[in-house]
Design a protein around this ligand. Structure first.
Ligand SMILES: [Zn+2]
Length: 74
């Protein structure tokens, strides 16, 4: 399964495979503990995960004042 999480260090959206316990953030290089992070969405499908990330990033761009995740409609 894939989790969409926020990096606790840089707050960017990253995708993590639950086969691993940690994910290295591609943005800031932090080692992110997957289950200690804020989970924005989860899916079995890597393509869906990519689509969710794009959707969330578009939201971020619109809400330029904050990157806080509010709600996600699949
Ligand atoms: Zn990061």
């Amino acid at each position: 399964m894939y989790l969409i999480i926020n990096c606790p260090t840089c707050a960017k959206i990253i995708m993590a495979n639950t086969a691993n316990k940690t994910k290295t953030c591609p943005h800031c290089g932090a080692k992110v503990p997957i289950y200690g992070s804020k989970i924005l969405a989860r899916t079995e499908d890597v393509q869906e995960a990519t689509a969710i990330i794009q959707h969330l990033k578009q939201r971020e761009n619109k809400d330029s004042s904050t990157v806080t995740f509010k709600k996600f409609k699949a």
